[in-house]
Design a protein around this ligand. Structure first.
Ligand code: T1G
Length: 685
């Protein structure tokens, strides 16, 4: 049964797609569309065609599950040309998300009508690709070159209202989409010539007169596109649209598309698309497990984390009761939240009434008992087990039955915290990443006794507050921070042996990380986890903290910082490193970039394998989701485990064995990693 069906409404042929969940343009859909156009062409009674989709959305693009497999004809470029060359006007009726190939079908249609809530976009660049079915040639002709550049190179969609303003949508529809689309088709059925996007030129003139638009766009987005291959090829394809006739430009598009499709980045980004969606699935929990209702959230601690965490719920329309010990701390916390919201509004991303709406849902209080009617309480106080146990004992006494008790701890045992209550089944970890109102990642830490419905509630709530949630088991540092430990330890050890903070950080930045271990330490605070005793100096970090070099917040850390927070190498730090080297009797030597990769990244992969061995992550792709969304691992490398597969696990094991003597006594090489390497297996494919 074809997912495409047709029926006549008067002299209009309605072509309906029903290919859940997102009407992906798989083989059967493509075949069905070609047959539908042939039917329209062949039936004199048909004066126009309406293409509409059932379910949550208009075509959301090519079927990504078909990528990497032998493509079945007709290919999408052929399908869209057939639609554009239909002898009857074709109207695309858009709802939900007309993305990628879906927008290309709409652009090949002669008219587009849409619900105001619809979104239109070409997110292919997020899959390491470009719109390969005429999108890079038709979109600039219909929406203009600048908007097409922005949409294609960033992959961010626009709303139907803006698209209407650009002429990308011909009419906004209130009410029944299909009915109004048919009425629109009636209006245009006799208009000749039939308007073809590929034949339009009017919106290319400005860019032809001023090709500087491309150089300016590249310059403005250079930092954002750093390391990615696809954005530049999207720009080149649109340049071809401006410089060449459609028939030639579309050939450039094809060539550029294939260069990307056969590349390592596209494979990594497509892998990551599915990894992100798989992370939402919890192994071993019955599908029918119902979540608990979360109508009000409590947050303990109005510091940086407590405030950021609260904003996620306020922004989602969920009232928050936030508790602090002192009025001054409470006022400061609420003040920071308002300032953050106002900053967002100043960028035009929120209205003033939305700011008031969110802040209006906040109930700041010094009264701990005010948490009694909350459905979920998140503790976000400083990292001390005794303090956390005391808080959970108090929560156990006052919270209503069925309330979920969560800790935002970054490292500590959820099982030990849960044991401080008589309801360990209602306890889990919700580990947000700083700044918590911005970072997308949420580690949902599953305790030994955490109830299935508590986990399901947390995963669904994460979606409501627009977080990407990953389930982690209880071990020191869970997934992300646990893998950070060997990286940071090796980075410090490399300083003693002759590397400099600048060299180690350069290798990581060239690899694609937003910053290296030492820049990150300076940003987060060199003093995090420091014992606060300036007389106890056991390592380089102690020495820096003892002389107030706590990082950017102090203007000095592993680097010196100017008033604009630009880092520069510090002779003071180098002196401290040299002293420690001398004291440790370590011989200074040349350190290669490859050695830095092997000791800081290969060891991370090994730790990832140990996490999988211990059952602290459900699957290797979850580890990749944690590192991409929590630590800025470049998505075009898929994540540490996917990247390791690409490097070759035998090479990773050999590299680690090569460095074993320098990795320290308690380093453990993962059996799983060795076995997979010997068996030629992979973690993520
Ligand atoms: N192909 C195959 N499966 C897809 C899919 C697609 N394009 N989009 C979504 N799915 C699956 C997804 O894996 C999940 O499956 C389910 O649908 C629901 O998705 C030539 C080459 C549309 C905004 O990049 O952005 O066109 O996990 O959980 O949050 O130029 O899905 O349930 O088994 O994400 O409501 C370009 C990708 C393709 C859009 C809906 N298009 N999709 O979000 O649901 S390349 C895209 C999305 C292309 C041409 C080129 C989102 C969504 P499962 P979901 P959602």
């Amino acid at each position: 049964m074809s997912p495409i069906s047709t029926r006549k409404h008067g002299d209009i042929l309605i072509v309906t797609s029903n290919n859940p969940p997102v009407n992906a343009l798989g083989h059967a859909v493509r075949e069905g569309l070609v047959a539908a156009v042939a039917e329209a062409d062949g039936d004199e009674a048909v004066k126009a065609v309406v293409i509409v989709c059932q379910g949550q959305t208009f075509f959301a693009g090519a079927d990504i599950t078909e990528f990497g497999k032998p493509m079945q004809l007709p290919m999408l470029p052929t399908v869209v040309d057939i639609i554009e060359n239909c002898t009857k006007p074709v109207v695309a009726a858009i709802h939900g998300t007309a993305f990628g190939g879906g927008l290309e079908v709409a652009l090949a249609s002669h008219y587009r009508v849409a619900l105001p809530s619809a979104k239109l976009g070409v997110p292919e660049v997020k899959l390491g690709l470009l719109p390969g079915a005429g999108g890079t040639q038709r979109l600039p002709r219909v929406a203009g070159v600048e908007k097409a550049l922005e949409m294609a190179a960033t992959g961010n969609p626009i709303g139907a209202v803006e698209a209407h303003g650009l002429g990308l949508v011909d009419r906004l529809i209130e009410g029944d989409l299909e009915q109004h689309a048919v009425a629109f088709a009636e209006e245009v059925k006799d208009i000749r010539p039939i308007p073809k996007s590929s034949e339009r030129d009017d919106k290319l003139a400005a860019a032809r007169a001023n090709p500087q638009v491309f150089a300016d766009f590249r310059k403005a987005n250079g930092r954002k596109f750093r390391g990615f291959e696809a954005p530049e090829k999207n720009i080149q394809a649109i340049e071809a649209a401006v410089a060449k006739p459609y028939a030639e430009g579309v050939l450039d598009e094809r060539r550029l598309f294939m260069e990307l499709m056969t590349g390592r980045q596209a494979r990594a980004q497509q892998y990551f698309f599915f990894a992100e969606r798989k992370a939402a699935k919890i192994d071993g929990i019955p599908e029918e497990t119902l979540p608990r209702e979360i109508k009000r959230v409590g947050v303990i601690g109005a510091g940086t984390m407590g405030g950021g965490i609260s904003m996620n719920f306020l922004s989602a329309g969920i009232p928050v009761t936030i508790v602090e010990m002192a009025q001054e701390a409470l006022d400061r916390g609420a003040g920071v939240m308002r300032k953050n919201y106002e900053a967002t509004a100043a960028k035009g991303k929120m209205t003033a009434s939305q700011v008031e709406g969110a802040m209006g849902l906040l109930n700041p209080t010094l009264d701990f008992d005010a948490l009694a009617d909350c459905d979920l309480i998140i503790e976000a106080v400083f990292e001390n087990m005794d303090v956390k146990k005391e808080i959970f004992t108090k929560l156990d006494a006052i919270c209503k039955p069925g309330a979920i008790l969560a800790s935002n701890t970054s490292y500590l045992s959820i099982d030990e915290i849960a044991a401080a209550t008589k309801r360990p089944q209602d306890v889990l970890g919700l580990h947000f990443f700083s700044p918590a109102n911005v970072m997308k990642l949420l580690e949902v830490v599953r305790g030994a006794k955490t109830a299935p419905d508590v986990l399901v509630t947390a995963m669904q709530l994460a979606k409501r507050i627009k977080k990407v949630a990953v389930v982690a088991g209880v071990c020191y540092g869970f997934i992300g921070n646990r893998m950070l430990i060997p990286r940071q330890m090796q980075a410090m050890q490399l300083l003693l042996e002759g590397a400099t903070p600048e060299q180690v950080d350069r290798v990581h930045v060239e690899f694609g990380m937003p910053m290296g271990p030492f820049q990150m330490s300076d940003l987060a605070g060199v003093d995090i986890g420091w014992h606060r005793d300036p007389n106890r100096i056991e390592n380089i970090r102690d020495a820096l903290c003892a002389i107030d070099r706590w990082g950017q917040k102090k203007g000095a850390g592993f680097y010196d910082y100017d008033e604009k927070r630009n880092p520069s190498p510090s002779p003071v730090v180098q002196g401290i490193i040299d002293d420690f080297r001398a004291k440790a009797g370590v011989e200074k030597r040349e350190i290669s970039d490859q050695e830095i990769i092997e000791r800081t990244l290969y060891t991370m992969v090994n730790e990832g394998a140990l996490i999988l061995e211990g059952g602290f992550a459900q699957r290797a792709s979850d580890i990749d989701v944690v590192w991409v969304y929590g630590y800025g691992w470049p998505v075009y490398r898929g994540g540490p485990m996917h990247w390791a597969d690409g490097e070759g696990l035998d090479k990773i094991v050999a590299g680690i064995r090569n460095q074993l003597s320098r990795l320290g006594g308690d380093f453990k090489l993962s059996d799983m990693l060795v076995k997979k390497a010997e068996a030629g297996e992979k973690f993520t494919r």
